[in-house]
Design a protein around this ligand. Structure first.
Ligand code: AMP
Length: 373
């Protein structure tokens, strides 16, 4: 079988998908504005800016997928006139709009924080009256990594919040969730409907960007079946094929869904080394119509993002058992440049590795040393 998979987007997620596809003799092509993107080393990049770029990209592959969540639906509609894309258009359309996403969670009885749609100053005031404060006001479309959000704590901030986000026209006001931690679950569904799930990741953010994930999430035995049930409902309802991610808050009333991503996810990068079959390989398998691989954990894992500045490669590789993944990106504040996977054999090795890593990374490491894996 010599299939080619065409991928909308050409960032690090596409790069790692193509890396997983290569041993299966599956090639990837990419559709991306910047032809010098992280995926470029792994396959041909068709420019979104070229006059006939979309048609040439469609010609270049047998079946399609995406690594960029804001892939234009108009492009997908042109594609589906002749070829198939996994995940399905409906999953993409839903994930691109927080209001549609919340409506789907409601429909499938997946708990979410109380919310209201907001499209005017009056409706914002009404949402504040209905939900109480604090609330998180978010643009319905286009936000990521905490951008396009305003935490409204007092009524005198209403005008300011509206001035900042109002121009987006379609907003969602959510009750502020008091959570003990943030977790995510990743699952894959094959063409034949088989579903496999990885263990929950516990995710830690710094300045709104994922800094590190611990997998399996400590003390999550009770949460795992619940999260698995929620993501399976989504996968089956959407007749989904490929990898789906669901981000959740752990609260004293149980799990609340925050959002879903219709793609492989940063909190699943650990699976390249930590799982029998990684999120990338299983996504490729699903899209190509192949049997899914085991999602079993090989060893508990900590995945640390490299953000803004590169550490010295030789310093990272000198750490016992560390795996380094660089995305071939230039340094810029807040930019994800790569990640490091640690697979310590026990707690004391973890503490040691974290201390060593803190000295190597140019950016401060927000890992606590009492992590219980
Ligand atoms: P999002 O873009 O929806 O993933 O939000 C980015 C981050 O903001 C999340 O990872 C949470 O830390 C925080 N956040 C989002 N929504 C809420 C909420 N309703 N209550 C409390 N914190 C939130």
């Amino acid at each position: 079988m010599n299939k080619t998979i065409g991928i909308f987007g050409g960032g690090q997620l596409g790069r790692m998908m193509a890396q997983a596809a290569l041993p299966l003799n599956i090639q990837c092509t990419f559709f991306e504005a910047n032809t010098d993107c992280p995926s470029a080393a792994l396959g041909q990049v068709f420019s979104t800016k070229a006059e006939n770029g979309l048609n040439e990209f469609i010609e270049s592959a047998d079946v399609f997928s995406l690594e960029f969540e804001n892939t234009p639906l108009a492009d997908v509609d042109v594609l589906t006139q002749s070829k198939a894309i996994h995940p399905p258009r409906q999953a993409l359309a839903t994930a691109q709009n927080r209001l549609l996403e919340k409506a789907l969670f409601d429909k499938l009885d997946i708990p979410v924080a109380p919310y209201r749609a907001v499209d005017s100053l009056e409706s914002l005031k009404q949402a504040v009256a209905d939900l109480g404060l604090p609330i998180v006001l978010k643009t319905a479309t286009g936000g990521y990594d905490g951008k396009g959000q305003f935490v409204l704590r007092t009524a005198d901030q209403i005008d300011q919040a509206w001035a900042e986000l109002g121009p987006a026209k379609s907003l969602i006001a959510e009750s502020f969730v008091t959570f003990s931690r943030e977790v995510s679950i990743i699952a894959v569904r094959g063409l034949d409907g088989e579903v496999k799930t990885w263990p929950l990741a516990e995710n830690h953010h710094h300045n709104g960007i994922l800094s590190h994930s611990i997998v399996p999430a400590p003390n999550s035995a009770d949460l795992q079946p619940v999260a698995q049930d929620y993501i399976t409902r989504l996968l089956n309802h959407l007749n989904y094929v490929g990898v789906l991610t669901l981000e959740l808050f752990v609260t004293d009333k149980g799990l609340y869904a925050n959002e879903m991503a219709p793609r492989v996810h940063n909190s699943g990068h650990w699976s390249i080394e930590g799982s029998v079959c990684s999120q990338f390989e299983n996504h490729v398998r699903a899209v190509a119509g192949l049997p899914l691989g085991s999602t079993e954990v090989v060893r508990p894992t900590v995945m640390i993002n490299i953000i803004g500045k590169h550490p010295k490669t030789e310093d990272v590789l000198a750490l016992n058992g560390a795996h380094l993944h660089l995305y071939n990106k230039t340094e810029r504040a807040g930019r994800k440049l790569g990640h490091i996977t640690l697979m310590p054999v026990n707690q004391s090795e973890l503490v040691l590795l974290c201390r060593q890593l803190a000295k190597i990374l140019p950016e401060p490491l927000a890992l606590s040393e009492d992590m219980n894996i």
